[in-house]
Design a protein around this ligand. Sequence first.
Ligand SMILES: *Cc1c(COP(=O)(O)O)cnc(C)c1O
Length: 373
Amino acid sequence: MTFADPAGRTVRPYNFSAGPAALPEAVLRQAAAEMLDWQGSGMSVMEMSHRGREFMSICERAEADLRTLLAVPSNYRVLFMQGGGLAENAIVPMNLSRGGAVDFVVTGSWSQKSLKEAARYCDARVAATGESGGHFLSVPPASGWQLRPDAAYVHLCSNETIHGVEFAELPDLAALGSNAPLVIDCSSHILSRHIDWSRVGLAFAGAQKNIGPAGVTIVIVREDLIGQALAICPSAFDYRLVAENGSMYNTPPTYGIYIAGLVFQWVLAQGGVAEMDRRAAEKAALLYGFLDASGFYVNRVDPASRSRMNVPFFLRDETLNDEFLAGAKARGLLQLKGHKSVGGMRASIYNAMPLEGVQALVRYLDEFAAAHV
Ligand SMILES: *Cc1c(COP(=O)(O)O)cnc(C)c1O
């Protein structure tokens, strides 16, 4: 399926899926070109031994590029794991909690899920919540967080994909009187802004939002936090074993790592994370600016906590939802339906979404509103 853009060019539809999400077209084209024969090897990447020279070079380059993109310090290990973000909700406490106290800052569904899962392995408690009347509309100010002095770590979700709530800045736990390392679930905004590693002990991300296909999970963890897994931790999920074996303790998701590596190369070629950050700000400003000015649509998240990646919004007249979605699809604007727990619409505008896609969405929003006032 293709459609014509305003300049009359034939383009792929703009895909606003929250995840698995759109990938850069250049990456898909390169993967297609290399599908049957990766760089003269005679093999598809899917057919290679994970311990062979070819795949090892793919994996090493992917890690090196990711380190460059996020300026990962040398005392942090980069792990390519499986199980997705949800598995990390158990894997992190199994590796870091020692079964003791862990504090959670809850700002939406994902941090809520993390809290619930961690409670099976440790003494998990809410340090602060952004919930109010069943809604999550802002990040609670760090000055009010109830942090326990003996917490093994503090967990937060730096971008809540479903509620559209993002930390514009990560907290400095030391300045709040806590020695605990900060753990962030950055699945849905990794590579859209820099990570201040002086404030973060561990960052994890499922790949399927901003990095690549579902199946790869990135874990970046400070070395001194590794090596204290609970006895019940499956060995394939023990960070020490994964790190010691260069993410090859078990067979890693090889094809997903390859695609992630292509995405890293693409981000580097675009100008790196600084450029992704600039584009994210530009795209988000365009979309929120339009929604706020419209009167026909509404987003209720506190502007200081609004996600630059996931923009949930509502038509004030919700009886028009189906017509809105059908009209969007007919114009090549795909997967705008909101998450079932929130309702309404959601436009996910990750790194792979060009400014032109957001412009096309805003044009449609405007025309749809004009046709229904
Ligand atoms: C998508 C997502 C996850 C991971 O989900 P899986 O289905 O387990 O891969 C975790 N956290 C956040 C914030 C997400 O957006």
